[in-house]
Design a protein. Structure first.
Length: 467
């Protein structure tokens, strides 16, 4: 008999939720995690530190209050890495405590060390003191996540030339920063440092950034970031980075030279599979370290599952959690319906972006007609009260049945506000509900009613012309 029913490798969002779900189904469960990494990348180096850092930046810079109190408003003039780190460490500590408590309350065993497969049902766990433990399990769930991909040609030194993990170990807020790669992580950090007053240059190989988002909203974000003195270099590549006494010189293929105190590479992520000895379990990963899975998150070896960032897109904490829960239920022979087709996207730039469903570009490309309903925060009492005059909510509505095809939000609270739209879409609702509903006043949620009325009026105008 195996030691456990389910062994989970990795305690990030995917692993955690898989372990708890299996424990709730009364299975004997173990989680294997490396030292000081309980909670995974999410808690220790990714989501939680970056979102806490953002909160600290917004509070200390007073950025969101400047509309009210003037451009010189600051809570603290000289913001140090220490000021920012206090909040981050506090939240990380609390979150780790919550996770440890959840695992122990549910009688999930935790083994500390790095797991490698010794066979299809057996794992060797090596800890930092050189000790080895063997763990066997009927089913195994791989939730080992990713690490930042590092181009081989670049010499990372953890202070001047760093990846996104390095941001959390900087000794000082840099005066200037080059961000290589305008993906979600790159742009989130670019906006935080720009808010701190760092002179940021973003270099992106492609001509556009965040091309999966609504074009109008990305344009609004670029406008705001430029206003915070961010320079964009689209369609450009970094050929080399030279370390110099006062920082680094980023040399672009076009011949441009950008001096900066720090250069941060945000060049995608690599699946954490190289230490797993997957071949001993009969498995293989692709060149980016990702493990292919079926709809139930089963790998090519049916009793081994993989969830979270290690399986690739969309690589979000929220999705990883749900994948973990679904995989655990399947492994415990109590399968769930599968992941919902509507998945929200949240981008914690300053200002933030969130959307669900389809974009205008996607609908136009697939020749699906739609009407647009817009609400601007500056026309809402709550928008005026909080001093957010740029935020907006956009509804994409089907003229055929007035159902919601997409919801796009930009500005304060976008990532929270979106979920009203998600609930309406998920329940098959139409804008009729939003038009008729009474919202608390004054709220940003009211933007749904305003945007729905806007869409309804436009649809009515079209109908009148058709008479
Ligand atoms: C800077 C940054 C910001 C982000 N912001 C957001 C956000 O705002 N919202 C969002 O939804 N997502 C965000 N993400 C993505 C999110 O963090 C990931 O999607 C999520 O953490 C993936 O969860 P996971 O379960 O796959 O594992 P991870 O969180 O990646 O954790 C995997 C764990 O497995 C462990 N492990 C690896 N190999 C082994 C082994 N052989 N043995 C034992 N343990 C092992 C690792 O130590 C690690 O702790 C962000 C990521 C980064 C980097």
């Amino acid at each position: 008999m195996a030691d456990f029913d389910i062994a989970v490798i990795g305690s990030g969002p995917g692993g955690q939720k898989a372990a708890i779900a299996a424990a709730k189904l009364e299975k004997r469960v173990v989680v294997i995690e490396r030292r000081n990494m309980i909670g995974g990348v999410c808690i220790n180096t990714g989501t939680i530190p970056s979102k806490t850092l953002r909160e600290a930046v917004l509070y200390l810079t007073g950025l969101n209050q400047r509309e009210m109190y003037g451009q010189s408003y600051r809570v603290k003039d000289e913001i140090t890495v220490g000021d920012l780190g206090i909040r981050t460490q506090h939240v990380i500590g609390r979150e780790i405590d919550v996770i440890r408590s959840q695992l122990s309350r549910n009688h999930v065993a935790v083994v500390t060390g790095t797991a490698t497969f010794a066979g299809p049902n057996t794992l060797d766990v090596h800890d930092e003191q050189g000790r080895d433990v063997k763990v066997s399990a009927e089913k195994i769930i791989i939730a080992t996540g990713t690490r930042p991909a590092r181009p081989e040609s670049v010499e990372f030194d953890e202070q001047t030339i760093i990846d996104s993990d390095g941001i959390l170990h900087l000794q000082a807020v840099p005066e200037s920063l080059v961000v290589v790669g305008a993906g979600v992580i790159g742009i989130e950090y670019a906006s935080m440092f720009a808010a701190l007053g760092t002179k940021v240059t973003v270099v992106e190989r492609r001509e556009r950034m965040l091309d999966f988002c609504d074009l109008e909203i990305v344009e609004a974000l670029k406008y705001h970031l430029r206003d915070l003195a961010v320079t964009f270099r689209f369609g450009e590549s970094v050929a080399a980075v030279e370390r110099r006494p006062r920082g680094a010189l980023a040399l672009l293929e076009s011949g441009k030279k950008i001096p900066a105190q720090t250069v941060m590479y945000s060049a995608g992520r690599q699946g954490m599979t190289d230490e797993l000895c997957l071949d001993l379990a009969g498995l293989a990963a692709d060149s980016r370290g990702r493990i292919p899975v079926d709809d139930h998150y089963r790998t090519a070896v049916p009793h081994i599952y993989a969830v979270g960032d290690v399986i690739g897109f969309p690589s979000l904490a929220a999705t990883s959690m749900e994948q973990g829960r679904i995989a655990a239920h399947h492994a415990c022979e109590e399968p769930l319906p599968g992941i919902h087709h509507l998945q929200p996207i949240g981008i914690y730039t300053i200002p933030e972006i969130s959307f669900i469903g389809r974009t205008e570009d996607e609908l136009t490309k697939s020749q699906v007609p739609f009407e647009v309903g817009i609400s601007r925060y500056r026309e809402l009492a709550r928008g005026q009260i909080i001093g957010d005059t740029y935020g907006m909510l956009k509804l994409l509505v089907s003229p055929e049945d007035r159902s919601l095809l997409g919801v796009h939000v930009f500005g304060t609270g976008a990532t929270e506000l979106l979920h009203i739209g998600q609930a309406v879409m998920g329940c098959g609702g139409t804008i009729d509900y939003l038009v008729d509903a009474v919202f608390n006043y004054p709220t940003l949620a009211e933007s749904y009613k305003v945007a729905a009325l806007d869409a309804m009026n436009k649809l009515r105008r079209v109908a009148r012309f058709e008479l």
